[in-house]
Design a protein. Sequence first.
Length: 196
Amino acid sequence: MEEIQSLYKKAGEFHGSVCAGIILGVRMAFLACRMHGINDPYSSENRKKLITWVEIDRCATDGIQSVTGCSPGRRTLKLMNYGIMAATFLNVDSQKAFRISVHPDSRNKAKVLFPELTDDNHIYIEAYKQMTDNDLFIVEEVRVEVPEREMPGPPPKRTACSRCGEEIIKGWEIIKEDKTLCRRCADMPLYYTPLK
């Protein structure tokens, strides 16, 4: 595994800056890789071995993506925005998964480390680099069930919506009144509202 300082730099370049969230994301991913025995997550044998669920759509997600190489396009990075600074890392081979969350008291501990600094972001950046994993994170072993349609690798077969004709990756279609439908045609909740 690369040295953590170079991982901060690389994640900062990917994200656009090094902030407290980047430090947390890098540290979470670094810890997860160590726990799973993955030394080079970008290698061909490892790049689809780790699946990560992030529970926040903030800076830490970019730090995690930068270190692990997990990405939505490979179906190895899943965004489950619960507004919590946490992520779960599953080793596909061993089926072991660890959820790593930021310790609720980490901000207070950070401020104690650098009482002379006045800028909170600067305090957190410096403290989060120095704090131990135990002071910074809560780690719990968890179980994650991954449907076949969400596994890394080539997508399974596709089918067409019988109403609008759009292609649907197998497993995501909805069968309603013996018809194969996409979410829109099945009147399922969408993230957008059609204007027509």
